[in-house]
Design a protein. Structure first.
Length: 173
C-alpha cells in the first residue's frame, strides 16, 4: 500500500533523528525472515541500545543527503533495506547482526555506514570481530598491570634475600 505524504514526512523525520544520533549503521536484507525472527532481532538490538527500522531507499537517500552523507551510493544495496542503527558503540550493530546471521541464514548483510563511509558486507563482518571498548580497556589494564606485578615480585624477592642475609649474620654471631 502506498504511503501518504504525511507518512513519508514522518518517516523522513524519524530517519533524520536516528542518523544524527547513530555511531554506525548496518544494512540488511530481511526478505525471507519470519515475523518471529524479526521480533527476536529487534529485542536483541534493543538490549544493546541499537535500533531496527525498515525504510525505502528513496527516502533514505533524501535523509542521507540532508545529513551530508550524499557520497554514499545506495545502488549497491539490493533487496529490502533493513537498517540497524548503533547508538552507543560503533561495532555493536555489526556484532549483533553477524551473530544473528549465524543462526538465521536468510538474513543477508548488505553493508553499512562506518565513520560516514559506505562499507561492504565483508567489512561489516570484519568489524564484528573487533573487541568492544570495554574489552579493550580490560586488555589495556592487564597490559599495564603486568609490569607493575613483576616489579613488586622483584622487590619482594630482594627483601627476602636481605632477610636471609641478616638472619645468616645473626646466626653466625
Amino acid at each position: 500500500m502506498a504511503k501518504t505524504k504525511e507518512q513519508k514526512k514522518e518517516m523522513i523525520t524519524n530517519l533524520e533523528e536516528k542518523i544524527k544520533k547513530m555511531k554506525s549503521l548496518v544494512f540488511i536484507d530481511y526478505y525471507g525472515l519470519k515475523v518471529k525472527e524479526v521480533d527476536k532481532l529487534r529485542s536483541l538490538l534493543k538490549k544493546k541500545n541499537c535500533s531496527y527500522l525498515v525504510a525505502k531507499k528513496t527516502l533514505l537517500e533524501i535523509v542521507l543527503k540532508k545529513a551530508g552523507l550524499d557520497k554514499i551510493d545506495l545502488k549497491k544495496i539490493q533487496g529490502g533495506v533493513g537498517l540497524v542503527f548503533g547508538f552507543d558503540s560503533e561495532i555493536e550493530p555489526a556484532k549483533l547482526v553477524v551473530g544473528f546471521n549465524k543462526e538465521h541464514d536468510k538474513l543477508k548483510i548488505q553493508g553499512g555506514i562506518f565513520e560516514n563511509n559506505l562499507i561492504d558486507a565483508f567489512q561489516v563482518t570484519s568489524l564484528s570481530k573487533l573487541p568492544t571498548k570495554q574489552e579493550l580497556f580490560g586488555q589495556l589494564a592487564g597490559v599495564m598491570k603486568g609490569p607493575i606485578n613483576n616489579f613488586v615480585y622483584a622487590l619482594k624477592g630482594n627483601l627476602k634475600n636481605i632477610v636471609y642475609v641478616l638472619n645468616a649474620i645473626k646466626n653466625k654471631s
